[in-house]
Design a protein around this ligand. Structure first.
Ligand SMILES: Nc1ncnc2c1ncn2[C@@H]1O[C@H](COP(=O)(O)OP(=O)(O)OP(=O)(O)O)[C@@H](O)[C@H]1O
Length: 313
């Protein structure tokens, strides 16, 4: 559904060159739900804009829904939907009319457009709000209307840029319910960016991480966490000196009386570690094990946290 090779975008701003996307190779198969993650300025939006034909690449190629983004942008656009960060609904028409107008713009006949509008209102639980103007809808309802607008022409592939950002936790969960529902109903391939790592972790079957314009990790969340991060053991000791010894023994880090170390399998490694501490005369006051998060994956790969720049985790 998406095949990109060496996809590159360079911006020239006042004699300065910004390499926003530096040669991305990416293959997304039909029906996949892919979360595209990265810190601010990593190149997510630029990649999305190239794949959706809104921005020409300065290098490389991309075929999306069977057509080349550079040579056949209209054919790509006819087969994809794009839900951007800004709402695409206007203020003048009622929700259902917005959908019908959008359908007509995509070449549907009036009755076809009405039928499709009603189907989408139903799918996204917007039926009771069909006669409301977008300006009167809540953030979550409006986001659902945006998704309906992106689906009006039955795209095979839907791009969503930060679909849950700015919504309260309940509305975020609700948006996900609807995203999963539309996928089940239509088998739509979904490619979305998100800052919410837990959502990517639990909802997406594939996670692609971009940093500095390059893809640095690609796999299922479980694979990435197992292969790249490992579990964490955290123990506390009574004294800082004991913590330092404990950190040295486990090849971990000590902060005050807290010691953290990364291991492949914490359940197996903990008893062995505690025995080694005991042999060295160090007593652990508390011990706990935690599974890694996608942020730990990013930390392992880059030495930085994905949440460093105020991105909600
Ligand atoms: N039109 C432009 N002109 C110059 N530089 C740009 C332009 N658009 C993006 N950039 C730069 O390209 C880099 C990648 O930006 P991009 O918006 O793709 O990142 P992002 O991962 O989507 O970030 P965010 O999460 O903050 O939206 C950044 O350094 C940005 O400043």
């Amino acid at each position: 559904m998406i095949h990109a090779r060496g996809l590159t975008r360079v911006f020239k701003v006042k004699k300065q060159t910004v390499e926003a996307v530096r040669g991305i190779d990416l293959d997304v198969e039909s029906g996949q739900l892919v979360a595209f993650l990265g810190p601010n300025g990593a190149g997510k939006s630029t990649t999305l804009r190239m794949l959706t034909t809104l921005l020409p690449p300065t290098g490389g190629t991309a075929t999306v829904a069977g057509h080349d983004v550079g040579r056949e942008p209209a054919k790509v656009r006819a087969r994809i939907g794009y839900v951007g960060q800004k709402s695409s609904a206007g203020e003048n028409f009622r929700a259902r009319d917005e959908l019908v107008i959008q359908g007509r713009a995509y070449g549907l006949g009036t009755s076809q457009a009405r039928e499709r509008a009603d189907e989408l209102l139903d799918l996204l639980d917007l039926g009771p709000l069909a006669q409301r103007k977008p300006g009167t809808l809540s953030g979550g309802q409006r986001r659902r209307l945006d998704i309906a607008l992106g689906l009006i022409h039955r795209p095979d592939l839907l791009f969503l840029d930060e679909p849950s950002t700015g919504l309260d936790p309940q509305s975020r969960a609700d948006i996900w319910t609807h995203i999963l529902r539309l996928r089940e109903a239509y088998g739509t391939t979904l490619f979305l960016t998100t800052h919410y790592l837990e959502e990517a972790d639990s909802m997406a079957e594939r996670v692609v991480i971009i940093d500095n314009g390059r893809i640095i990790a690609d796999g299922t969340a479980a694979q990435l966490k197992n292969d790249l991060a490992g579990d964490q053991i955290t123990i506390t000791t009574d004294t800082e000196q004991e913590a330092e010894t404990a950190a040295r023994i486990g090849d971990g880090t000590a902060e005050g009386t807290t010691v953290r170390l990364r291991v492949g399998n914490a359940a197996a490694a903990l008893p062995e570690y505690l025995r080694a501490l005991e042999a060295a005369g160090v007593k652990a006051a508390t011990a706990e094990t935690t599974r890694p998060t996608l942020d730990d994956v990013f930390l392992t790969l880059t030495g930085r946290s994905l949440t460093d720049d105020d991105i909600p985790a």
